[in-house]
Design a protein around this ligand. Structure first.
Ligand code: PHE
Length: 338
């Protein structure tokens, strides 16, 4: 075994002569790294006579330690390595934050308001905390109607039990309008609504509706159908058509559900429309005479129609947004997309 390869003096001389950190790293590799004389000597130990092994082992260890020590001393003398890349700029920006914009639901609300304003409607609003009279009673919900039950309605702990609640729909604004002005009335009423819903992809305990109400002499179901067709094609485009199916609401008679041809498959049938070709948007109907009586409008003189639907539903269908909670998460990646 030739230990003369481990020339400590030469090694230390080379280390002392180094002028930068990069050179020291090279020297460490050459002197004690893989393939270096020290490395090869250590590898050869297992082939030696047992008597020689400790001697050679100690020599290699001493050499390696001395080289490491010399490297450390020289590194200390040279100071920290010059950065090869510019340092990260961690200062927080105070400029260019980008401008905010309206939430997608608000954009949709404004767009629909514009459609109805162009048809001669005005925009009205009502309170989100309602009383039983406006949310149910005046709308002809009989006592004990399932919609009044705890599982749907979120009651507010105020006044008599179950008399103050978070409105379950925007229909109470119809009552407030008819109480406050005589016909003719043409109004849309957008706003936030609340239900004690089990949250899933399309249901949320907080959501928005937009309500419509027209009260005048001689209004017919045909006017209702034409109005709905006008607004759905204004929002979704001309290729969409709407249809009405018989339904029930306490405050309209007759009542209907209105649906549009599926925007995803052009009515051919797909997963979104459950293969039916149709997507339900909301409820509608002719104002029930009992509702007119509750607010003091003569049902012999006036007729009216009303409709209401979920606002989130519209952009969900137009842009394929799902689940509905995406609207309320306030994730800026979603918000900035629209
Ligand atoms: N308020 C009803 C609902 O929330 C929708 C509706 C409004 C139905 C107006 C008929 C007329 O389901």
């Amino acid at each position: 075994m030739d230990l003369s390869d481990l020339d400590l003096d030469a090694a230390v001389a080379a280390i002392t002569a180094a002028t930068e950190a990069g050179e020291l790293a090279d020297l460490r590799k050459r002197l004690v790294g893989k393939g270096s004389p020290a490395f090869r000597t250590r590898e050869s130990i297992k082939t030696l006579d047992a008597a020689d092994r400790p001697v050679v082992g100690k020599a290699v260890t001493d050499f390696t330690k001395a080289v490491e020590a010399a490297l450390e001393v020289r590194a200390g003398e040279l100071g920290p390595a010059a950065p090869t890349e510019p340092p990260l700029d961690l200062t927080l920006g105070t400029h260019g934050r980008g401008r905010g914009h309206l939430h997608l639901v608000t954009q949709c609300q404004r767009e629909l308001e514009d459609v109805f304003v162009s048809l001669g409607y005005r925009v009205a609003e009502g309170p989100e905390v309602e009383d039983d009279w406006h949310n149910f009673e005046a709308l002809n919900f009989p006592p004990g109607h399932p919609a009044r039950a705890m599982q749907d309605t979120l009651y507010v702990d105020l006044g008599d039990p179950e008399q103050v609640l978070l409105r379950t729909h925007t229909s109470p604004v119809q009552i407030r309008l008819m109480e406050s002005q005589p016909p003719p009335i043409y109004a849309v009423m957008p706003g936030r609504t609340y239900r004690n819903e089990t949250v899933d992809a399309r249901h949320s305990a907080v959501f928005h509706q937009i309500e419509g109400l027209a009260v005048d002499r001689g209004l017919t179901f045909g006017d209702l159908a034409g109005t709905l067709e006008t607004f759905t094609s204004a929002y979704f485009g001309k290729k969409v058509t709407s249809r009405l199916l018989p339904s029930f609401f306490p405050f309209t008679e007759p009542s209907a559900e209105f649906a549009i041809t599926c925007v995803f498959c052009d009515a051919a049938g797909c997963r979104v429309c459950s293969q039916t070709g149709w997507i339900e948007l909301g409820g509608c109907g002719m104002v029930d005479p009992n509702v007119f009586l509750a607010v003091g409008i003569d049902p012999e003189e006036y007729t009216g129609f009303a409709f209401g639907f979920g606002l989130e539903r519209m952009p969900m269908l137009r842009y394929g947004v799902e689940p509905i909670k995406t609207f309320f998460d306030n994730d800026s990646r979603f918000l900035s997309r629209y």
